[in-house]
Design a protein. Structure first.
Length: 263
């Protein structure tokens, strides 16, 4: 039975974890489905990718029943299993289109890592996020420490990692980690609305913006200035800029979709 599905709506892709009975714990099906979506998102027509889960919960991370069997694997195989998750996280970060996490209920472990790797997080205001690896004698993976070290105070990350404490979505919204809070029933519609806004915008520029913002965390000022220079030089010559600048001068709303399609 498939534990994930991919839906293509023309300018956006929706990846849904369908392992609701286990709070959408990650499965090989989900890995393969998300990898397929990230590959499809290389197509310039895709303005956004939305990640969500069925049954009122985003993702509980790794399945501990499977992790129990991995203890007996040789180290190279254990490393390979973890690297498969890390490849998925790298893919989300490198995806040309913005990736939106629609988090109902909460996200735990690698599920939290996945949400934090996304560009925008819309969360249920009653949701919580946790990295309770320590409660099973484990350590965070999936880039969770990297993501949170950039986003939350060190003491918050330490309590979350050392004690496995849950952090409410409301607190993460205050810290700027969660982009938007909604009631549970409104989380997915709000994520769709963000995807629609992205689709109406200059998707070429948005791809370049995502690349610049992502690189800014690890770049020195001189390198980042060079990247911004190159990105701006390319953007100003693109059809989207011609439409955007022309609309500003004409005092009208830009039609970036038409500009992209060359009409």
């Amino acid at each position: 039975m498939t534990r994930a599905k991919l839906e293509d709506f023309g300018d956006r892709l929706i990846v849904t974890a369908t392992n609701g009975a286990r709070r959408n714990a990650l499965t090989p099906d989900y890995y393969a489905t998300l990898a397929e979506a990230l590959e499809q998102a290389r197509d310039p027509r895709i303005a956004a990718v939305i990640l969500c889960g069925e049954g009122g919960y985003f993702c509980a991370g790794g399945d501990l029943t499977q992790l129990a069997t991995r203890r007996e694997l040789p180290e190279p195989e254990r490393l390979a299993r973890i690297e498969a998750l890390h490849d998925l996280i790298r893919g989300v970060i490198a995806c040309p289109a913005p990736v939106i996490a629609a988090v109902e209920g909460g996200a735990a472990g690698a599920g939290a890592s996945l949400a934090f790797a996304c560009d925008l997080v819309v969360a249920d205001r009653a949701a919580s996020f946790s990295a309770a690896y320590v409660k099973a004698g484990l350590v965070p993976d999936g880039g969770l420490t990297t993501s949170l070290a950039r986003l939350v105070p060190r003491a918050t990350l330490m309590r979350m990692a050392l004690f496995g404490e849950k952090i409410p979505a409301t607190r993460l919204h205050e810290l700027g980690v969660v982009s938007q809070l909604e009631d549970a029933a409104d989380v997915f519609p709000a994520a769709l609305a963000l995807a629609d806004r992205l689709a109406d915008g200059p998707t070429g520029a948005q791809t370049a913006i995502k690349r610049l913002v992502t690189s800014a965390y690890d770049s020195d000022a001189a390198t980042q200035l060079d990247r911004e220079r190159d990105a701006m030089a390319a953007a100003v010559a693109a059809p989207e800029a011609a439409e955007g600048i022309g609309a500003f001068l004409d005092k009208r709303t830009p039609d970036f979709r038409t500009a992209r399609e060359g009409r």
